[in-house]
Design a protein around this ligand. Structure first.
Ligand code: HEC
Ligand code: HEC
Length: 369
C-alpha cells in the first residue's frame, strides 16, 4: 500500500527551508556575507510563518493537531524504538523535534533581525541602533544562542532520519521527502483550492523576499548610517589629514586619543605633520566633537570599549578591537607593495573615507608575489 502523505507545498516548503537555513548557517560567520545572511533570514521568516499557519490550516499529517505530541506516546515510541508503531505522518520523537525547531527558527530570525538593527543599524529594525546600540553585544549573543540551539535540533533531525532509514527502509520515509509517498496503509491527502492558493502565494513570497532583499537596496537591508562628506563638513580636515594616508573617520578614536594626536603633530608617527595653530585647533575640535563617544556605530562602540582598557593608544591599528578584527589577515598582505601598511585602511575598505566601514564593502585586493 502507498499513501500520499506530504503534499507538494509541504515538500517545496521543506526543500526551501532546508536550503535557506543551510545557506544562512554557512554565511553566518562571514562579515562580508552579512547582507546575504540577513536576506536569507527574512525569507526563512516568511517560511516559518507559512509553516505555522500550515500547521493549522494545512492538510492531514501537516496539521499540528495530527502530530502525536504526547509524552506518553513519546515514551512508548522510544521504549520500542526498534519495533515501534508505524505513523503515516511524523512519529512522536520527530513531532517534538519539528515543533521545537519551528519555535527556535522563529526566535532565531526574530533575534537576528533585532541584532541586525541594533548592531548594524540595518534592516527593518535599523532605527533601534541609536537608542539601544549599547546592548549590541547582548543581542548578537542571544541570536547566536538560538542559532546554536537550532543546529543541535537539525543534527537531531538528521540523526532521526538516518536511524529510521536503518531500521525501517520499507516505509521509505526518506523518499517521501521528494515524492510525497510512503509505503504505508493510511489515507492520502488532498488539498482544497484555498490551501493551494495560499501555499503558492506564501512560497512565492518567500522566494521573492530573498530575491528582493539580495538585489535591491531596500528597507530590508538599508543602513541608517549615512555617508558623510568630510569635504563638506570640514574641508581643512580632508586637506591636511588625507595627504599622507587614509582619512580616518573621527568616530574611530576617542576624544582623549584625538586630543593627544592633535597635540603632538610635530612628532606624528615619526613625521612632522605640524599645522598653523588656527587650523590645528579647528581640526582638533571637529575630531573631538565627532569622536567615538558621539557615534552609535559598531566600530565606534567596540573601539571605545577597547580604549577604556588602554588609554594611551592614539592609533586605531593599536586598539585590541582592530587587532582582533584583523588577526586572520596575513602580515605579508599588510606589508605588500599594493597595501604597504595596516594603516592604509582604504586599500580594503573602499567606503571608509565616506565614514562607513560596511561589511559588504570589505575587499582585500589581490597582491603580487
Ligand atoms: C606628513 C604626513 C602626515 C600627515 C600630514 C598626517 N599624518 Fe597621520 N600618519 C602619518 C604616518 C606616517 C602615520 C603612520 C602610518 C603607518 O603606521 O603606516 C600616521 C598615522 C596616523 C594615525 C594612526 C593610524 C593607525 O595606525 O591607526 C592617525 C590616527 C593619524 N595619522 C591621524 C592624522 C590626522 C588627524 C592628521 C591631520 C591632522 C594626520 N594624521 C596627518 C603621516 C601623516
Ligand atoms: C588588508 C586589508 C585591510 C586593511 C588594510 C584594513 N582592514 Fe579592516 N578589515 C579587513 C577585513 C578582511 C575585515 C573583516 C574581518 C572579518 O571578517 O572579521 C576587516 C574588518 C574591519 C572592521 C570591522 C567591520 C565590521 O563592521 O564588522 C573595522 C572597523 C575595520 N576593519 C577597520 C579598519 C581600519 C580603521 C583600518 C585602517 C586603520 C583597516 N580596517 C585596515 C581588511 C582590512
Amino acid at each position: 500500500m502507498k499513501a500520499y502523505v506530504w503534499s507538494l507545498p509541504t515538500r517545496v516548503f521543506h526543500m526551501m527551508f532546508a536550503a535557506f537555513i543551510a545557506a544562512a548557517i554557512l554565511s553566518g560567520d562571514e562579515d562580508s556575507l552579512l547582507n546575504i545572511h540577513a536576506s536569507l533570514g527574512y525569507a526563512i521568516g516568511v517560511l516559518v510563518v507559512y509553516r505555522i499557519v500550515w500547521g493549522f490550516a494545512g492538510p492531514r499529517y501537516s496539521r499540528f493537531s495530527d502530530f502525536p505530541l504526547s509524552l506518553k506516546e513519546l515514551k512508548e515510541f522510544m521504549l520500542n524504538i526498534f519495533d515501534h508503531k508505524k505513523y503515516a505522518g511524523h512519529n512522536p520523537a520527530a513531532s517534538f523535534v519539528m515543533v521545537t525547531m519551528l519555535i527556535v527558527v522563529f526566535l532565531t530570525v526574530a533575534t537576528g533581525i533585532l541584532a541586525y538593527g541594533i548592531q548594524e543599524g540595518r534592516g527593518i529594525l535599523g532605527f533601534l541602533n541609536s537608542p539601544y546600540f549599547k546592548e549590541m553585544k547582548l543581542f548578537k549573543e542571544i541570536h547566536e544562542f538560538f542559532s546554536t540551539f537550532l543546529m543541535i535540533l537539525i543534527a537531531a533531525h538528521l540523526g532521526g532520519v538516518a536511524f529510521d532509514r536503518l531500521i525501517d527502509k520499507k516505509t521509505d520515509t526518506l523518499g517521501s521527502i521528494v515524492n510525497g509517498h510512503k509505503n504505508i496503509d493510511a489515507p492520502s491527502v488532498t488539498l482544497n483550492l484555498f490551501q493551494k492558493l495560499f501555499s503558492f502565494f506564501a512560497l512565492t513570497l518567500a522566494a521573492g523576499v530573498l530575491f528582493y532583499s539580495l538585489f535591491f537596496n531596500s528597507v530590508l537591508t538599508k543602513s541608517t548610517h549615512k555617508e558623510i562628506s568630510y569635504e563638506k563638513e570640514h574641508s581643512a580636515f580632508v586637506a591636511e589629514c588625507a595627504s599622507c594616508h587614509t582619512l580616518y573617520p573621527p568616530h574611530l578614536l576617542s576624544r582623549a586619543s584625538w586630543e593627544k594626536v592633535m597635540n603632538s603633530l610635530d612628532d606624528h608617527f615619526g613625521d612632522d605633520a605640524s599645522l598653523d595653530e588656527q587650523t590645528r585647533v579647528s581640526i582638533r575640535d571637529y575630531l573631538m566633537k565627532n569622536s567615538a563617544e558621539s557615534s552609535t556605530k559598531e566600530s565606534a562602540f567596540y573601539i571605545l570599549n577597547s580604549l577604556k582598557k588602554s588609554e594611551d593608544i592614539i592609533a586605531v591599528t593599536q586598539t585590541p578591537y582592530w587587532k582582533h578584527r584583523h588577526k586572520s589577515i596575513d602580515k605579508n598582505i599588510f606589508s605588500s607593495k599594493e597595501i604597504k601598511s595596516k594603516a592604509n585602511c582604504k586599500a580594503c575598505h573602499s567606503d571608509i573615507e565616506r565614514g562607513l566601514i560596511e561589511d559588504s564593502n570589505i575587499k582585500i585586493p589581490k597582491i603580487g608575489v
